[in-house]
Ligand binder design. Structure first.
Ligand SMILES: Nc1ncnc2c1ncn2[C@@H]1O[C@H](COP(=O)(O)OP(=O)(O)OP(=O)(O)O)[C@@H](O)[C@H]1O
Ligand SMILES: [Mg+2]
Length: 261
């Protein structure tokens, strides 16, 4: 099977600071890739280049074998840790606004039957994320978990093939997290999504992912910490059914990686 998304020798540098160096990666359609790594390793930068918010300083990114357009396309949706919803709009208006921006990019307004259709579509998406009874609430009237559900609804509205999640559940209580895990699993399957999720929670990485990727520096220069960037140092394929490591995976030095994680 050919990869949906391929990174070839991708570097991200800010001035003389190397954040990511030589990242090579193929992501299969339908996979759920969990990304872990220390703070500052470049996980969010990695998502930003896939999203098209930032252009790698070197290397290329291919989507279905075609170089990525240098902008955020509808094939990629994103949810951040903290809420990316508009505070002055109700849940329904937040989602309708996303549709208006997409379908009427100049005016960002729809009228008549087009508007009614957008409202129905938005309401159906809100129902799919469990907010069917909260269409008319403003974000300030919602819990953190509800706001993340709203952000997920917004991201899914464009029917992205790849959903990028940057610590989407990091700010939530453990009980709410478990509900969100169930939701994201359901959406992953219902919408045949490919998901790339950054998390600090190693359990979350293993319980949700079909693959766990660790970004970290392979080499350090104590005199010039910016000199080297992070790359994919561990890459574990998990069994989709029980999400346990399939077997012993080794890195290019022959180290057993499961033990290391
Ligand atoms: N626009 C920018 N200009 C300069 N440096 C940047 C910029 N964006 C990110 N960086 C630097 O790149 C490095 C990686 O940042 P990034 O946000 O990708 O890390 P991260 O792995 O997501 O960290 P965290 O786990 O804390 O979210 C950091 O040292 C950060 O300061
Ligand atoms: Mg980050």
């Amino acid at each position: 099977m050919s990869a949906l998304l391929s990174l070839r020798g991708v570097w991200v540098e800010y001035g003389d600071k190397v954040v990511l160096e030589k990242v090579d990666l193929d992501v299969e359609a339908g996979s759920f890739v969990s990304i872990v790594g220390p703070s500052g390793a470049g996980k969010s930068s990695f998502l930003r280049v896939i999203l098209g918010q930032e252009v790698p300083t070197r290397g290329s990114i291919l989507l279905d074998g075609v170089p990525l357009a240098p902008e955020c396309g509808p094939d990629r949706g994103v949810v951040f840790q903290r809420y990316s919803v508009f505070p002055h709009l109700t849940a329904l208006r937040n989602v309708v606004f996303g549709l208006e921006c997409e379908k009427a990019p100049l005016a960002a307004r729809l009228f008549g039957s087009a508007r009614r259709a957008a409202e129905e579509e938005a309401a159906a998406m809100l129902k799919a994320v469990g907010l069917g009874d909260s269409l008319h609430l403003y974000p300030a009237q919602m819990s953190g978990g509800m706001q993340q559900r709203l952000a997920i609804a917004q991201a899914l509205l464009k029917r992205p093939r790849i959903l990028l999640l940057d610590e989407p559940f990091g700010a939530l209580d453990p009980g709410i997290r478990a509900d969100m895990h169930a939701l994201i699993r359901q959406l992953w399957s219902d919408y045949a999504l490919t998901i790339i999720m950054v998390t600090h929670d190693i359990r979350e990485a293993f319980s949700l992912g079909t693959r766990v990727l660790a970004l970290d520096k392979r080499r350090h220069d104590p005199h010039a910490p910016h000199r080297y960037g992070a790359t994919a140092v561990y890459d574990l394929q998990l069994d989709r059914k029980d999400r346990k490591p399939l077997g012993i995976t080794v890195d290019n030095k022959g180290n057993k990686l499961e033990a290391a994680l």
